[in-house]
Write a protein that binds this ligand. Structure first.
Ligand code: UD1
Ligand code: UDP
Length: 373
């Protein structure tokens, strides 16, 4: 039987997490040959994801080098992908999200005349400089895309406003929900001693992550200083901050938070302990994209330390608040959430604007139906 050949390309932690449910779904179908290719724009942080989801890539371009520029990531990914695409000649190539791997994957496919499916299409902040370079990556990928898999109606509307044909836009939900359902367990216990020994009942634990390129420098110093000062104000609070492996982020984190015994700076966690930790904490402070989707789903108030967001759904639902990157704004919003129970309870509710955990199935169904064999 002739099979439809679907190649998935990804390179960083969040792409791996959100592509994993699609790869699992592709592997289930008898009429599909699934080829996975990682650029390995990230190394350790991506390998963690491959391990959790038990994915063994067919191709590993291994382009990772510490501190390489956007140009280097783009060109090395593009060159490596060209070779693999020429060899495999897939019927369709899937990319997920907004990283440099995503844009390079779409461009490499386009150059070889291979149709592109963009998973998590149509997110827009409206500011090409924020998030940087992700907003541009999304728009550039959109132009090269044949099948736009939009998580929400709003994402579809963003695409139709840019004149993309309606019959090539599919509302599927976000595969982040599929991935979450795979790992969250109410009776989860951690292998990590520190996480196991935290007092989730009597202490208010704040989970923080921060890594955005446009926040590196003064904005990140503001975020960390505000969090540092607020945990010193409230005796019953502690912070867990799994620090991204970017040395620029690690330097700022160590400088501002390194000597505070109430702040636990730890290495990036595997996806399973990380999301189960999120499920147990009091609130979340982040500039991450994925966390803005996960925290509302788990009913955790999330303060988004960015100037813009392309994910307004959690904010509209009341679980997320966009607080910017100025010290006073971050401090005051944290102060309010920690001192005013009513405010906290208003935000601490599970909402799910991102689908029902069936996104991967919907995406693969579209591929089979629309591309055919
Ligand atoms: C990238 C994506 C961003 C995404 C983020 C997820 C781009 C331009 N940015 O940003 O959209 O939100 O991934 O985390 O594609 N490093 C390691 N080991 C790793 C990963 C990173 O040491 O496994 C260090 C390296 O020094 C690397 C630096 O982190 O140079 C930054 O990595 P890079 O992929 O350039 O950008 P991110 O900030 O991770
Ligand atoms: N995550 C993880 N371990 C960590 C921090 C985050 O597994 O220590 C997961 C998180 O659950 C989410 C994804 O990584 O699914 C988000 O990645 P990141 O914040 O690096 O990228 P973004 O979503 O901002 O592109």
């Amino acid at each position: 039987m002739e099979k439809l050949k679907v190649m998935t390309v990804f390179g960083t932690r969040p792409e791996g997490i959100k592509m994993a449910p699609i790869i699992k779904e592709l592997e289930k179908r008898d009429n599909i040959e699934s080829i996975t290719c990682i650029t390995a724009q990230h190394r350790e942080m991506l390998d963690q994801v491959l391990h959790i989801f038990d994915i063994k890539p067919d191709y590993d371009l291994n382009i990772f080098k510490p501190g390489q520029s956007l140009t280097k990531i783009t060109t090395r990914a593009l060159e490596g992908l060209e070779e693999v695409i020429i060899k495999e000649k897939p019927d369709v190539l899937l990319v997920q999200g907004d990283t440099t791997t995503v844009f390079s994957g779409a461009l490499a496919a386009f150059y070889q005349g291979v149709k592109v499916g963009h998973v998590e299409a149509g997110l827009r902040s409206g500011n090409i400089h924020s998030p940087y370079p992700e907003e541009a990556n999304r728009m550039l990928t959109g132009i090269l895309t044949e099948y736009h898999f939009a998580p929400t109606i709003r994402n579809m509307d963003n695409l139709t406003k840019e004149n993309y044909p309606k019959d090539k836009i599919y509302i599927t939900g976000n595969t982040v929900i599929d991935a979450l359902q795979y790992v969250i367990k109410e009776d989860y216990s951690f292998e990590n001693e520190l996480l196991n020994n935290l007092d989730y009942k009597d202490k208010r634990i704040i989970l923080m992550t921060s890594h955005r390129r446009e926040n590196i420098g003064k904005p990140m110093e503001n975020i960390f200083s505000a969090v540092n000062d607020i945990v010193n104000k409230y005796e019953d609070t502690e912070v867990v901050f799994p620090v991204h492996l970017n040395p620029k982020v690690r330097d700022i984190a160590n400088k501002i938070l390194g000597s505070n015994p109430k702040v636990h700076l730890i290495d990036p966690l595997d996806y399973e302990p990380f999301t189960n930790l999120m499920n147990k904490v009091h609130l979340v402070v982040t500039d991450s994209g994925g966390l803005q989707e996960e925290a509302p789903t788990l009913g955790k108030p999330v303060l988004v330390v960015r100037e813009e967001t392309e994910r307004p759904e959690g904010i509209e639902a009341g679980t997320a608040k966009l607080v910017g990157t100025k010290y006073d704004d971050i401090y005051e919003n944290l102060d309010l959430l920690l001192s005013n129970k009513e405010e906290y309870d208003k935000m601490a509710k599970a909402v799910n604007p991102y689908g029902d955990g069936q996104a991967a199935k919907k995406i693969v169904d579209v591929i089979v139906k629309d591309i055919g064999i």
